[in-house]
Design a protein around this ligand. Structure first.
Ligand SMILES: [Zn+2]
Ligand SMILES: [Zn+2]
Length: 260
């Protein structure tokens, strides 16, 4: 729902994705404008099962207060699990004390401290694991793994579970391809292109080629990139840089839908 970095631009919002597993909705990051994007993409405000926040940079959570407030106005009563770095706890307490004192649903905050791949959420059809990223501040990626059911096995004994991983924001590092090993589909930030590799390194971000390198080393099925710097004018050129390393790459635009 959002493919910009840092701040909204005319045709791109900051980071937010909806992962839909058989109708169960999981929001990953919640940049400014997420509520409006959810409406545009026809996602329910009340059916959200959990929210995963990668880190406490505004382009990944400035939309959270509005969304929490709207869920209360829609009469949500089901508890809401929110996962994120320790510091998110303070942000949620601020919301609760100034805006959410009368909300009828409970926010269950889970502080992440994973040093490696760690199971954090179990749902009916999947598990979610968190893993550390390398950014200026405490930051986490998320991996969604489908649970293989009896029905899967009955219909196809060789059934291979599908999986998705979300990596934003991060500089490249050796363990990352291990955390996302073999995923069906990988999302990886690609804030800059090669000509701005220095800037990427200084700001703990990745270039398009580095995102593709991660997908290649992980043996991912497909790669989706986003979180583009507002200085990238030609997304086609950025995509070409990825495809040189990892051909099965898609450069996401806001409200794109990927099914797998
Ligand atoms: Zn960001
Ligand atoms: Zn950031």
């Amino acid at each position: 729902m959002g493919t910009a970095s840092a701040m909204p631009i005319s045709d791109r919002n900051p980071s937010a994705q909806m992962f839909n597993a058989n109708g169960r909705l999981f929001l990953i990051d919640c940049g400014e404008g997420t509520q409006k994007q959810m409406r545009k993409c026809h996602f329910s405000f009340v059916k959200l099962e959990a929210i995963f926040i990668s880190h406490i940079h505004g382009d990944h959570l400035f939309g959270l207060f509005g969304l929490l407030n709207s869920m209360a106005m829609y009469g949500r009563i089901a508890p809401l699990d929110i996962y994120g770095p320790q510091a998110l706890g303070g942000v949620l307490n601020f919301y609760k004390s100034y805006f959410g004192a009368e909300d009828q649903y409970e926010i269950r905050f889970h502080a992440l401290q994973s040093r490696g791949l760690e199971l954090v959420h179990t749902s009916k059809y999947l598990t979610v694991s968190a893993f550390p990223l390398r950014h200026k501040i405490d930051c986490y990626g998320f991996r969604f793994d489908e649970t293989v059911t009896e029905r899967h096995r009955r219909e196809n004994p060789a059934y291979v579970a599908k999986s998705y991983a979300y990596c934003s924001d991060t500089a490249p590092f050796d363990e990352l391809p291990e955390y996302v090993k073999g995923v069906t589909c990988l999302y990886h930030e690609a804030t800059y292109m090669n000509d701005m590799a220095d800037k990427a390194a200084n700001r703990f971000h990745s270039t398009a080629a580095q995102a593709a390198e991660c997908a290649l080393r992980a043996g991912a099925g497909k790669l989706i990139v986003g979180h583009y710097s507002s200085r990238i004018n030609d997304i086609g050129a950025l995509l070409a840089e990825c495809k040189e390393v990892f051909p099965d790459t898609f450069a996401a635009s806001d409200c794109d839908v990927f099914e797998f």
